[in-house]
Unconditional design. Structure first.
Length: 558
């Protein structure tokens, strides 16, 4: 028996070396992948675990070949597939397709017991989500939820139902079914809090994950206050439990912090957003150093969030460093997993372009955001309607950079397209895209003004109206955007010889700029200086005394 085991070990070693050689060859040879699949097919029960270890070693990307071998190995029993599944780390980028192949077979060929079949479908959905196969992932979770709801009350498993609901939130959000995603996430959180509340420590991970999942769809719906509340509750649970269950809660804490940054910024809590993003990067960097396959996507998200927060605070150099690293990670991951990672790469490129423009690298910013536009156009063509808001975001950035580079005709054409897109989005989702429509109108107004100095009034006036409405709905918010719109409106009114209206608009802009908190001051210092200079020119031209505001740096008046 011992001799036979030693022979098997030697055989596995030779197989591993052969697979490693073929894996290296697959970088240059299009047929090497098929050879790997064929080799594994000679003895899949023995060689698939060996191939998984070779793939995890990272010498080359052979995930597709291994996944094909799993699909072709019809002799594998459910027990064989279960043993292979145990060899695959989750989450994983190196074996994302293999994880789907194994989970798909286990979900469709395995247990006839309803509860176990539902649990396997949830595992399949998680693997599909890593690959960006949103529709398939949503289908798998919906089937699992349906099975759980049909269970007799005596056999119902509330925790498994909550897990299935939680797993449905991300794919539903990516499909544009934001309200459905919120309902699923809230039901999951309610189950963990109410139905399973007798033992909160046992379900703390589930509750915190459900709350974290809610941040994304709530943000998509513009429900920023709810998104922040869900995120802060998730973070609080993770912090409390991490000392006792670090493996379970430490990764979740990094992710929850990264996702919390975005709604914090929308609520203009800039200083807290930078602190939150910084902590997220520290955590995710530690995790990625230990297991890059599992945690590099989380690190990229944390860097992306931090870059956004730093840019909003005017920390352009730091924002550029974080964005550069995020883009580098996303590019590398997108080569092998474009379905999920290209979406994230496009967003990382937007953040990189913002940082470049903040450092006056305008031509570089144009090239960067044009790459984001190209990716998002391709994604929108594949999923009409779903990715339209993302494309509009990239185009809006592009307009701003184009007119800064004096490419006025291109800026005007792109601005007109962007405004039309946001009008359609606003009509479809009232209240969600108003802020972005306001920005697009500012950009369009400036682009029109660059071509004809007295034009653009209609667009800028509408932008001012939008930001006044938003500011009324959320007192204290959107003041810097209203100031920007008023500054531009003052310039346009002056060109139209409507002197008193121009003076009033410019003076209000200066007052609003002076109220911007210190944490956001650097971001707006140039705009503030330009508005003050415009106000002085207008008052001088009208023969008025210099305004009685003390010239000062932006300060926190709160």
């Amino acid at each position: 028996m011992a001799e036979r085991d030693r022979g098997r070990d030697r055989g596995d070693g030779r197989a591993a070396r052969m697979l490693a050689i073929l894996a290296s060859a697959s970088r240059h040879s299009p047929t090497a992948g098929a050879t790997i699949t064929s080799l594994i097919g000679q003895d899949p029960r023995r060689l698939l675990p060996v191939a998984v270890e070779v793939a995890r070693a990272g010498t080359a990307h052979i995930d597709g070949a291994v996944a094909d071998a799993v699909a072709a190995a019809t002799s594998l029993t459910d027990a064989d597939l279960g043993a292979l599944d145990a060899c695959i780390p989750r989450p994983t980028q190196a074996l994302a397709r293999t994880a789907v192949a194994v989970s798909a077979r286990r979900g469709t060929e395995g247990s006839s017991e309803p509860g176990e079949r539902a649990d396997r479908l949830v595992v399949l959905a998680e693997a599909l989500t890593v690959l960006g196969e949103w529709e398939e992932a949503a289908w798998a979770t919906e089937k699992a939820i349906e099975i759980h709801r049909r269970q007799p009350e005596t056999e119902a498993d509330a925790a498994s139902l909550a897990e299935a609901l939680c797993g449905s939130v991300w794919p539903l959000t990516e499909m544009g079914r934001w309200e459905d995603a919120v309902r699923a996430g809230k039901e999951a959180a309610r189950i963990y809090e109410e139905d399973l509340g007798d033992d909160p420590s046992a379900h703390a991970a589930g509750l915190s994950q459900a709350l974290q999942e809610l941040i994304y769809p709530l943000s998509k719906l513009g429900r920023w206050e709810e998104a922040v509340a869900a995120g802060e509750d998730s973070v609080e649970i993770r912090r409390r439990r991490a000392p006792f269950e670090p493996d379970k809660h430490f990764p979740g804490l990094g992710g929850a912090l990264a996702e919390l940054v975005w709604p914090l910024l929308e609520q203009e809590r800039w200083e807290q957003a930078v602190e939150t993003g910084t902590e997220s990067v520290v955590i995710c960097r530690e995790l990625a150093a230990l297991d890059p396959d599992a945690h590099e996507p989380g690190l990229a998200l944390a860097l992306d969030s931090l870059s956004f927060a730093q840019a909003e605070s005017g920390e352009w150099e730091q924002a550029l460093v974080a964005a550069d690293e995020a883009v580098e990670i996303r590019r590398r991951l997108a080569v092998f997993n474009p379905g999920a990672q290209e979406i994230e790469l496009a967003e990382a490129l937007v953040q990189l372009s913002n940082a470049q423009a903040g450092l006056r690298q305008v031509n570089a910013a144009i090239a960067t955001v044009q790459e984001s536009v190209a990716i998002r156009r391709r994604l929108l063509a594949a999923r009409p309607g779903v990715d339209e808001a993302d494309l509009a975001e990239s185009l809006n950035n592009l307009v701003h950079f184009l007119w800064r580079a004096a490419r006025n005709e291109e800026a005007l054409r792109t601005a007109e397209t962007t405004v039309q897109m946001y009008r359609e989005l606003t009509a479809a989702h009232p209240g969600v895209h108003d802020h972005r429509l306001g920005l697009a109108l500012i950009n369009l107004g400036v682009a029109i003004q660059r071509r004809a100095s007295q034009a653009g009034l209609t667009e800028m006036t509408e932008a001012v109206q939008i930001y006044r409405r938003l500011r009324k709905a959320t007192p204290g918010a959107h003041g810097h955007w209203l100031a920007l719109a008023l500054h531009n409106l003052g310039s346009l009114l002056w060109a139209a010889r409507r002197r008193q209206e121009a003076l009033d608009a410019t003076q209000e802009a200066v007052e609003l700029f002076r109220r911007i908190p210190a944490a956001n001051a650097a971001r707006w210092s140039e705009r503030f200086a330009a508005a003050e200079a415009q106000l002085r020119r207008q008052r001088n031209a009208l023969g008025l005394e210099p305004d009685d505001f003390q010239r000062a740096t932006l300060r926190d008046e709160q």
